[in-house]
Write a protein that binds this ligand. Structure first.
Ligand code: NAG
Length: 341
């Protein structure tokens, strides 16, 4: 009887695709991951990119949701207007033994990663040089924890994309350069209604909780993160367009290091240090739920600066007409080239 009731609760949770309720958040991380994964794999058809009309509706949506909504699914009726189509996989984060950071930075066994393009690509232009402003890869990462909401981040090379169809040619960062082009500037302006810092996402919630749900009074987290695919992953993709990136991801087996994670602790030095690896614990799949419902909160970087006042000088504050450049530029790490960074 008890099992039947639990099963019914589980089924109704999935049907409602409501991953925001207190009842959901209170569960253990593996249970939450299982429910999310069931929703992800239930329908492996991709969602669709928004029409131009839908895209314009980004200007009437509340950006508070992107920044302040603690849930693993989007609110009912809300559509993903950017990063609408992608692939999802389960991963674990294995930290380097000497990591100076706290909480989930020490390790996370229950995580989801989603790789997507910010906008619909035009694959009829197959040469690498036509990928710029066309092919715009990014990632969303979600670390689950027992009894408390997940920690989330998003990362890209830049919103204008790259000059290659190799998904991993360039690093993806939690800080991105300012957008060029009026349309993208308007999107940035929209985001600025919810935060003055539109080019960075915060990391504080990865440091202030352990995966067992216990909280940490003195969270330690870096200025920013950089994600880089190992050579054997990068080399599976080609510079010119040949196949959809989702087909390449589908070939990646569980147990593969898909990304190495680097942290910049101090922007004045500009040095990156490897702090861990993201290792797949499932295959990657296209997913209707992943495209339409799975939600990655954009943490407000204001909360990170609260604990690191000195970072504000290295932070771009949004200005539509003025400069979006920070007061100070990141240092050039002296050993960068030696370490291949
Ligand atoms: C895609 O690119 C081709 C070649 O430049 C162009 O003819 C076509 O109109 C483009 N399609 C879209 C939807 O922009």
């Amino acid at each position: 009887m008890k099992t039947v009731i639990l099963l019914l609760i589980a089924i109704s949770t999935i049907l409602a695709a409501d991953f925001s309720s207190a009842q959901y958040q209170a569960q253990q991380r593996d249970s939450k991951l299982n429910q999310l994964w069931q929703a992800v794999t239930q329908n492996k058809n991709s969602g669709s990119y928004p029409s131009t009309v839908e895209l314009v509706s980004i200007f009437t949506e509340s950006m508070d949701v992107s920044l302040n909504y603690l849930s693993d699914s989007l609110p009912e009726g809300r559509k993903k207007l950017i990063h609408s189509v992608g692939v999802v996989g389960k991963v674990k984060f294995v930290a380097e033994a000497d990591t100076p950071y706290t909480g989930l930075f020490k390790g996370a066994d229950s995580a989801l990663i989603r790789f997507s393009l910010a906008k619909s690509p035009n694959y009829s232009k197959t040469q690498a040089k036509n990928a710029f402003d066309n092919f715009t890869p990014g990632l969303g990462l979600k670390f689950l924890a027992d009894g408390v909401p997940s920690a989330n981040l998003v990362a890209m090379w830049g919103v204008n994309g790259v000059d290659t169809f190799n998904f991993f040619d360039k690093d993806m960062n939690t800080h991105i350069p300012s957008a060029s082009g009026l349309q993208l500037k308007l999107v940035a302006k929209k985001f600025s209604s919810a935060t003055p810092i539109v080019q960075n996402v915060g990391l504080r919630s990865f440091a202030d909780r352990n995966q067992d749900g216990s909280s940490i009074s003195e969270p330690k987290f870096p200025f920013k993160l950089t994600f880089r695919a190992p050579a054997d992953i990068k080399n599976r993709f080609t510079d010119d367009f040949t196949v959809q990136y989702s087909e390449v991801f589908a070939q990646i087996q569980p147990g593969t290091t898909v990304l190495e994670v680097f942290a910049m602790d101090d922007p004045s030095t500009g040095c990156l240090k490897k702090i861990g690896s993201l290792i797949t614990t499932s295959e990657f799949t296209t997913s209707k739920f992943g495209d339409e419902n799975l939600f990655f909160e954009h943490q407000n970087y204001v909360n990170d600066i609260e604990l690191h006042q000195q970072w504000s000088e290295y932070t771009p504050y949004f200005s539509f007409f003025g400069s979006n450049e920070p007061k100070k530029t990141e240092g050039k790490c002296p050993f960068a080239s030696l370490l291949g960074l």
